[in-house]
Design a protein around this ligand. Structure first.
Ligand code: NAD
Ligand code: ZN
Ligand code: ZN
Length: 359
């Protein structure tokens, strides 16, 4: 995955004669630069989108810091929870028109023709391109989308609330399915941040019972408000013992936390036969007890975003009023402050950049 280099069209050229403002990563770990740039020109099968909002995912912070083994190439524009309106179409676009409401996503495009794409696993395509990583993303007032992969936004969506569904929502919805927990069973959600607080809501909507785990009591209070029946602070509780006392051991765990410690801990929460799904992507490793995994027939699996179909389903849950992301609006200029606070775990719910006051 993520093998191609950055498409810098949007950074270098002034193709349409109009300009956009964007937050650009020029160097890993440095403050993002707010720059005035030319508009990107939609290529074959692509559309130009004028953004209204974009969520800020912790993945964008990992990208800006160069945290992962496969790195984006500065300069680039992060952002993969962007929502807006199609304003121009490239050649050969089918199924999208000017005026349509769309979103970008981490799965910006895939080849459509490999074994993974053909078998419902386009999220594993080795030729995929990633929004805000290998292709410029939504931290700018305009972006490009691939018409075949752009999210179709349901009518009546709130621009601030729908943005986090485009990554956080689809990721945890798919991750919960991957736990194979059934209605009436227990899942633990470890990490109640942007992803996790939405995971509590999907879990409830899917008929699951929720144990929330975080290191911050205010995040746990939010989880309880959203329907978690048990809330455990990983700093103070004997997690495994308390989870087993309350539930007999959960059937599934979804780890969205941004510290490797949560990954090893998650294994102790499940009952025999349980499945532990990793969504979180902090750099690092974790210890895993071989004996427990074998004798209890545990499954540990990774889960990366979701397919276009998963995203359509995740958006449908939102459109039916079952999911309501907790959002705080911000301006593009706030991006460095948002990253600072995100790094210190000080954001409740999701920060969403609102472009609608500009231009
Ligand atoms: P966030 O910063 O909004 O939330 C992280 C949460 O983890 C916070 O509530 C924090 O208090 C909590 N946390 C930190 N240490 C913990 C610990 N030891 N135990 C329990 N909780 C702990 O981040 P986010 O936007 O929700 O993203 C979370 C992670 O998921 C990031 O690593 C991101 O890159 C990754 N992610 C993965 C996918 C995927 O497809 N797999 C998609 C989106 C994001
Ligand atoms: Zn994301
Ligand atoms: Zn493919």
């Amino acid at each position: 995955m993520m093998t191609d280099t950055l498409d810098t069209t949007g950074i270098a050229a002034d193709n349409v004669g109009d300009t956009m403002r964007a937050a650009v990563v020029t160097e890993f770990g440095a403050a993002l630069q707010i720059a005035e740039l030319g508009l990107p020109l939609p290529g074959h099968g692509q559309a130009l989108v004028k953004l209204e909002t974009t969520g800020v995912c912790h993945t964008d912070l990992h990208a800006a810091q160069g945290d992962w083994p496969v790195k984006p190439q500065p300069p680039f524009i992060p952002g993969h929870e962007g929502y807006g309106t199609v304003v121009a179409l490239g050649e050969g676009v089918e199924g999208l028109r000017v005026g349509d409401k769309v979103g970008n996503a981490w799965l910006w495009s895939a080849c459509g023709d490999c074994e993974y794409c053909r078998t419902g696993w386009e999220t594993l395509c080795e030729s995929q391109r990633n929004g805000g990583y290998s292709v410029n993303g939504s931290f700018g007032s305009y972006m490009l989308v691939d018409a075949a992969y752009a999210a179709r936004i349901p009518d009546g969506a709130d621009p601030l609330e729908v943005a986090p569904i485009l990554c956080a929502g689809v990721t945890v919805y798919k991750g919960l399915k991957e736990t194979e927990a059934r209605p009436g069973q227990w899942v633990a959600i470890s990490g109640i941040g942007g992803l996790g607080h939405i995971a509590v809501q999907y879990a409830r909507a899917m008929g699951l019972r929720v144990v929330a785990v975080d290191i911050d009591d205010s995040k746990l209070a939010l989880a309880t408000e959203l329907g978690a029946e048990v809330a455990l602070n990983a700093r103070t509780a004997d997690l495994a013992a308390e989870a087993h006392r309350a539930t007999g051991g959960v059937h599934g765990v979804l780890v969205t936390a941004v510290h490797p410690q949560a990954f090893g801990q998650a294994i102790g929460l499940v009952r025999r036969g349980g499945t532990i799904v990793f969504n979180g992507l902090p750099p690092g490793d974790f210890p895993a007890p071989i004996f427990d995994i074998v004798l209890k027939r545990l499954t540990i699996r990774g889960s990366i975003v979701g397919t276009r179909q998963d995203l359509a389903e995740a958006l449908d849950f939102y459109a039916r009023g079952l999911i309501k992301p907790r959002v705080t609006a911000a301006r593009l200029e706030d991006v460095n402050d948002i990253f600072d606070r995100m790094g210190r775990g000080q954001i409740d719910g999701r920060m969403v950049i609102d472009y609608r006051d500009e231009s």
